[in-house]
Design a protein around this ligand. Structure first.
Ligand code: ADP
Ligand code: MG
Length: 674
C-alpha cells in the first residue's frame, strides 16, 4: 500500500462506498489521510450508568434485552436495556432493526446523546461496538468529518481505522534535518494525532505540523516557479528613455512617484533576457492603466505586439478607448477584439496576424487558438491573479516558444504579510499614492431612519452636474428574505425619488450589449443615476460620478465594499459613499472599518483579522488557493515556513524527496502565473 493506492483496495470499502469516496474527491489513501476532521466530540470518558447526566455520554455495558417494534411500513423502533452493574438505561434507535442481531452477551461501548425524550431519559441512537474489538466509533475522542457528498463520518472513521497501521508506518517526507531545525512533529505522528487523538491538546500540535506543510509547500512552489521562470527565454526590450520621457510629459496629468517607480521597474525587467512576471498592485483609482500604457508603448517601440486582457467586455472596451487616446497620437495602432465572429472581428484578426495592430485589447479570448500574433512580446492582464498552466502554454504557443513579458494588474490590496505566500513567484510593484491630489472619499454609514435628508444631499450634487451610483445586492426579490433589496425594487423607488433626473438600471442578467449600452450612457452622462448590482466592475472609470449609495450594505464583504466605493472619487470633485444597512441597530464591524478608512491595505489587514482561520482575503479572486488547516493570518507560521523554504532551496533538492516533489508540483500548477 502507498499514498496512491486506491481506497477500493482497502478492506471494508465496497463499490457503493468507493463511489461515494470518489465523488467526494477522496479516492486514494493519500487523499483520505489528509481529509481532516471538522471537529471532535469527546466520548473518551466512560460514565457509570448511576452517574449519567444529560449530554454526550459513553457507557460500557451489557445488553439485557432488545425489542424491535414495527411502526409501519419500513419503519421500526429498537429499544435495548443496558446494564453496567451500577444501573440500567434504555437505548433507542429508529429504523435500525439490525441492532437486535448485533448484540451478544459481551460488553459493548455505547456513545450517544443521553436526553429526555417523550417524557423519559434515554440514550438516543448511540453507536455501539464490542469492547474487546478496539473501538472506532465509541469510547474515544471522536473526530467528526464533513459529510461530503453524503459520506458518513462513521464510514470515514472506519476506513481511517483500517489505514491506521499504514499511517503509523508512514515515512517522513521532509528532510530529517529540516524537521529538527524547525522543531516539527513527524508527519505520521501528526496524522495519528489528528485522526486518533488521545487528548484534545495533542491535536493542536498536530494541526501545527499540517499547517506548516501547507504554507511551506505553497511558498516552495512559488519560489520554484520563480526559478523556472528564470530559465524561460524571453524578449530583451531595450529602454527607450527619450520616447518614454516624451510619453510621460505628454500626459494630461503629472504621474505620481509611485507610477514612475512602477514604470521604471517594468522597463528594467524588460531589459532582462528572462520574461517579466510582475504584479502591479494598486487600489482602485491608483492609475494602473497609464503604467501599463507606458510599458505597452515601450514594447511597441522595440517592435513587439502587446495583448491587453480584461476580465469583461465592458472593461476591455474601456481600456481600448483609454489606450487608443494615449497611444494612437504616437502612431500606435490599438484595436479592440470583441467576441463572436463578426466581419470587423475577422478583419481585426487578419490585421493582428499581419502585425498591423500593435496593441490588441480584449477578454481572455485573446489567447484562443484562432488569435494569431505576428510577434507578441508583452501581455497585460487586468484583474486576474491566477493565470494557470493552460494559459501559460497558450501564451507560449501564440508567441512562438519564447515567453512574453507579463504584467498582471490587481486592485485587491494584499496585506504585505501575505504577499510572499500568495505571490512569491511574482515581482511586485505597488501604487500606494492617490493620483492628482484627489480628495479622499467621505464615507458614512447612514444611521438615520429617514432618507429624505440623504436624498436632498444627493439631489444637490446632481443639480451641480454630478452623477450617482446606487448599488443593491440582488437582481430579484426574495420571498424568504424580506429585508433584502433587489435592484428592480430600488430602481422603481429611485425613479420616483429622482423623477427630475435620468435614472438607469444595470444588472448581470441583462444582455451583454444592453449592459454595455447602459454603462456607456452613464459614462457619457446621458444618465444621472445608475442603479446596479455589483456588476459595475472594479475598473469602470467615470470621474464625474461622485456619489454612491449602497443598499443592504451589511450584505457585502469588506473587500467588496471597498472595491465598490472605488468607483467614485476618481475625478477632481469631492466624493461621498453612503452605506445603508438594513438594520441600524446591527451594524457589522466591517462597515465601521470602511467608514473609517479608505486605505485598501489597512482594510485588507482588518479583513484578515475579522476572518477565521483558513479563510483567505478575497479568496474568490485568488482562485484555487485553498488552505485547509493553516491560518493565513498567522504571520509567525508564514515566517517560519518561508525560512524553511530558504533552507530547503539552499541545502536540498526536490529530486531527493519524491513525495514532497509530488505535493509541490501539484501546487506549482495552480500558482504558476508565468
Ligand atoms: P485603476 O488603478 O483603478 O485602474 P485607472 O488607471 O483607471 O485606475 O485611473 C483612474 C483615473 O485616474 C483615470 O481617469 C486616469 O486617467 C486618472 N489618473 C491616472 N494617473 C493619474 C495621475 N497621476 N494624476 C491624475 N489623474 C490620474
Ligand atoms: Mg483599472
Amino acid at each position: 500500500m502507498n499514498l496512491a493506492t486506491s481506497l477500493s483496495e482497502v478492506k471494508g470499502v465496497g463499490d457503493k462506498t468507493f463511489a461515494l469516496l470518489q465523488s467526494a474527491g477522496l479516492d486514494s489513501v493519500g487523499k483520505l489521510i489528509e481529509f481532516l476532521p471538522r471537529k471532535y466530540e469527546d466520548f473518551s470518558k466512560v460514565t457509570p450508568i448511576a452517574e449519567i447526566k444529560p449530554g454526550k455520554a459513553t457507557i460500557k455495558a451489557k445488553v439485557t434485552s432488545v425489542n424491535v417494534r414495527q411502526l409501519g411500513w419500513r419503519s421500526s423502533l429498537t429499544t435495548a436495556v443496558l446494564d453496567d452493574g451500577t444501573g440500567r438505561i434504555n437505548a433507542v434507535w429508529f429504523n435500525q432493526a439490525y441492532r437486535a442481531r448485533q448484540f451478544s452477551h459481551e460488553e459493548f461501548y455505547f456513545s450517544g446523546l443521553f436526553e429526555m425524550r417523550y417524557g423519559r431519559f434515554q440514550l438516543t441512537s448511540p453507536s455501539a461496538e464490542k469492547v474487546k474489538e478496539l473501538p472506532v466509533q465509541t469510547g474515544r475522542i471522536l473526530p467528526v468529518y464533513m459529510a461530503k457528498k453524503g459520506l458518513k463520518p462513521a464510514v470515514t472513521r472506519k476506513i481511517l481505522d483500517e489505514l491506521r497501521p499504514f499511517i503509523t508506518m508512514l515515512p517522513e517526507f521532509l528532510p530529517a534535518e529540516l524537521i529538527k531545525k524547525f522543531q516539527l512533529l513527524p508527519y505520521a505522528d501528526a496524522l495519528l494525532k489528528i485522526h486518533f487523538p488521545e487528548s484534545l491538546q495533542e491535536f493542536e500540535t498536530a494541526r501545527e505540523r499540517l499547517a506548516f506543510n501547507e504554507v511551506f509547500e505553497l511558498i516552495l512552489a512559488a519560489k520554484l516557479n520563480k526559478q523556472e521562470n528564470q530559465k524561460l527565454s524571453g524578449f530583451k526590450i531595450e529602454f527607450n528613455q527619450p520616447k518614454i520621457k516624451e510619453f510621460v510629459a505628454g500626459l494630461p496629468f503629472k504621474m505620481t512617484t509611485a507610477q514612475r517607480r512602477a514604470v521604471w521597474e517594468v522597463v528594467q525587467d524588460f531589459e532582462k533576457a528572462v520574461p517579466m512576471n510582475r504584479l502591479l498592485q494598486g487600489d482602485v483609482g491608483a492609475g494602473k492603466t497609464v503604467v501599463a500604457a507606458a510599458a505597452a508603448y515601450q514594447a511597441h517601440l522595440a517592435g513587439f505586439q502587446v495583448a491587453f486582457a480584461a476580465p469583461t467586455a465592458i472593461l476591455a472596451a474601456q481600456h481600448a478607448k483609454t489606450l487608443d487616446q494615449l497611444l494612437s497620437p504616437l502612431g500606435v495602432q490599438v484595436a479592440l477584439l470583441t467576441g463572436g465572429s463578426s466581419k470587423p472581428k475577422q478583419e481585426t484578426l487578419r490585421r493582428l496576424a499581419r502585425g498591423e495592430v500593435n496593441v490588441v485589447v480584449g477578454t481572455h479570448a485573446l489567447f484562443e487558438d484562432s488569435v494569431k500574433f505576428k510577434n507578441l512580446g508583452f501581455v497585460v492582464v487586468d484583474e486576474q491573479h491566477r493565470f494557470g498552466v493552460k494559459q501559460r502554454n497558450e501564451l507560449l504557443a501564440t508567441s512562438g516558444g519564447a515567453m512574453p513579458h507579463l504584467l498582471a494588474m490587481s486592485a485587491t490590496p494584499i496585506p504585505r504579510s501575505l504577499q510572499l505566500t500568495l505571490f512569491g513567484d511574482l515581482e511586485i510593484s505597488i501604487l500606494d499614492e492617490s493620483p492628482g491630489g484627489r480628495q479622499p472619499i467621505v464615507t458614512k454609514i447612514w444611521r438615520n431612519s429617514t432618507r429624505n435628508e440623504l436624498y436632498a444631499l444627493v439631489k444637490k450634487e446632481l443639480d451641480e452636474g454630478r452623477q450617482a451610483y446606487v448599488v443593491a445586492p440582488t437582481i430579484e426579490e426574495s420571498t424568504e428574505d424580506k429585508t433584502l433589496k433587489s435592484v428592480e425594487t430600488v430602481y422603481k423607488a429611485m425613479l420616483k425619488t429622482f423623477a427630475r433626473w435620468r435614472v438607469g438600471i444595470l444588472h448581470g442578467k441583462m444582455k451583454q450589449n444592453e449592459k454595455e449600452a447602459r454603462m456607456s450612457e452613464f459614462k457619457n452622462h446621458e444618465l444621472d443615476v445608475l442603479v446596479s448590482t455589483t456588476v459595475i466592475e472594479v475598473g469602470v472609470d467615470v470621474p464625474n460620478a461622485t456619489l454612491m449609495m449602497i443598499e443592504n450594505a451589511e450584505r457585502f464583504g469588506l473587500a467588496q465594499l471597498h472595491q465598490l466605493r472605488g468607483r467614485v472619487g476618481r475625478g477632481e470633485y469631492q466624493s461621498h459613499c453612503f452605506l445603508l444597512p438594513s438594520d441600524i441597530e446591527k451594524i457589522p464591524r466591517r462597515l465601521r472599518y470602511v467608514e473609517e478608512s479608505v486605505d485598501g491595505f489597512y482594510l485588507a489587514e482588518k479583513d484578515l483579522e475579522l476572518r477565521g482561520p483558513g479563510e483567505i482575503y478575497g479568496a474568490a479572486q485568488h482562485g484555487e488557493l485553498d488552505l485547509q488547516v493553516a491560518n493565513i493570518a498567522d504571520t509567525k507560521l508564514i515566517r517560519t515556513a518561508s525560512e524553511a523554504t530558504d533552507w530547503f532551496m539552499k541545502n536540498q533538492t526536490l529530486d531527493n524527496f519524491r513525495v514532497l516533489r509530488e505535493r509541490v508540483q501539484k501546487l506549482q500548477k495552480v500558482t504558476t502565473l508565468n
